[in-house]
Unconditional design. Sequence first.
Length: 191
Amino acid sequence: MKVVTIAFAAVATLAATTAFADGEVQKLMTVADKARLETYGETRKAALQEAKAGDPAEVRELDEVLGRNIVSFSNQDLTGKWQCRTIKAGGLGALVIYDWFKCEVSDDGSGWMLKKTTGSQRTTGRLYDDGEKRAIYLGSLHYNDDPVKPYGADPEMDQVGYAFRTGPDGWRIEFPKPVHESVLNIIELRR
């Protein structure tokens, strides 16, 4: 009985943090975004190859960001205020690392919601569980204080990516083949 109680508590804790990728996210995801995730590995590899031609100091910084160990999302609370920055790899420029802006994560009872609240390019969306060490992010790009369109309403603004936790005070989302500018976008978040 004790094992069942512990297992139920673990499932309840995880359910309270991210929406489950039990097929619901697959129903919500656009065909284009499914295709982006299907080629994530190849896209990431190509983008990072292009990024190597960037400024050497920024290349070292990118290597440091991507070199962090990936850890579990379980029993973690991402809610609260975060600093976030965007890294663009490949595409129009080999590598661009932007300054830090403000993001916040809330929990509406169905899972974590991310909102970038400052900067000209912003995102608003939800995280869906995709295993112990990865989540899927579905969101919408918007500019400044423009109204946010719901995910799936505008293919030019839809965003999809894989989220990875890198420690108690850090995580990132990797967006393969964003519609604009780069081959891979990374949003890095820190407390």
